[in-house]
Structures are given as C-alpha cells and as structure tokens.
Design a protein around this ligand. Structure first.
Ligand SMILES: [Zn+2]
Length: 149
C-alpha cells in the first residue's frame, strides 16, 4: 500500500474502533482490539504511539491490545493526516482535540529554561527554578533596603 492508501485504511479503522479523549489540556488517541497484528499495523501506519497488552479483567474475556498516543505534537500530526479522510461522525471531536493539542504545543514552545524565574512563574518547583526564585526575592529585598536607606 502507498502512504495514501495506508492512511485511508488506518483512518477507516480508527473511525470504527478508535477513541479520541479530550480532558482539560490533555488529548489522547486509543485503539483497542483483540487482534494484535491489526493494532500494530495501525501503529506503523500512523508512525507513533505504543501498543500494550491489556490483561482481561475476567477469565473468559479475551486479551486486548491497546494502541495509545498522548503526546500533543504526535496527536496533532496523526489527526492532521486523518482529518480529510474522517467521516462526519468523528470530525467534530477530532477538530476539538486538534485545537487542544495545538494549544498545548504552543504552550510548550514558549516554555522557559529551568533555573529562570519565568519558569518558576510557570509553575516549576525544581531545585534550579526554586533557587532562581530565592535569588529574585533576595535581590528584591536588597533593592527595597537600598530605597529605604
Ligand atoms: Zn525547573
């Protein structure tokens, strides 16, 4: 199969068996099936994600194989390729997920380096970022003392 046919196959499969999850700023695509070879072929077609065995919760249930991708950039890449091929049933949800993923990618792009006060403001509390905040506070107090004197 050429790339176009491969993607059309993957999209058709996803349309029937796949799931798009959007929760806050997180997006996730999953495809759960009992045929591992099909799930692996899907993973190869979209070029990302992982396939994991899902142990049956009851003895008589069959083993399921779960494809999953949760990286915003990768989700965006997959949905961008699928969107023109998707039917109307999934299109709305796919577009919603793409908006959320785009926002997450954009946010990541402006992430400041560790050890900067800006990163601390973004919410990081690693040692480097905390140290930079401590430094900032000390400088601030010093300036205030100088102004007061
Ligand atoms: Zn940090």
């Amino acid at each position: 199969m050429d790339d176009g046919a491969t993607m059309a196959w993957a999209t058709g499969l996803f349309e029937g068996e796949g799931c798009i999850y959007v929760s806050g700023r997180k997006v996730r695509l999953t495809l759960v099936m009992s045929d591992r070879d099909v799930v692996e072929r899907f993973q190869q077609a979209v070029g990302c994600g992982s396939v994991r065995l899902r142990k049956p919760q009851k003895d008589h249930w069959s083993e399921m194989h779960a494809f999953q991708v949760g990286d915003a950039e990768q989700v965006l890449g997959v949905l961008t390729k699928m969107l023109p091929l998707l039917g109307s049933r999934r299109r709305g949800k796919a577009e919603e997920a793409m908006r959320v993923a785009e926002e997450t990618v954009r946010r990541k792009a402006v992430e400041f380096a560790h050890g900067t006060h800006s990163r601390y403001i973004q919410g990081c509390r690693c040692d480097d970022c905390r140290a930079s905040n401590t430094r900032r506070c000390q400088e601030y107090r010093q300036r205030r003392r100088q102004t007061a004197a």
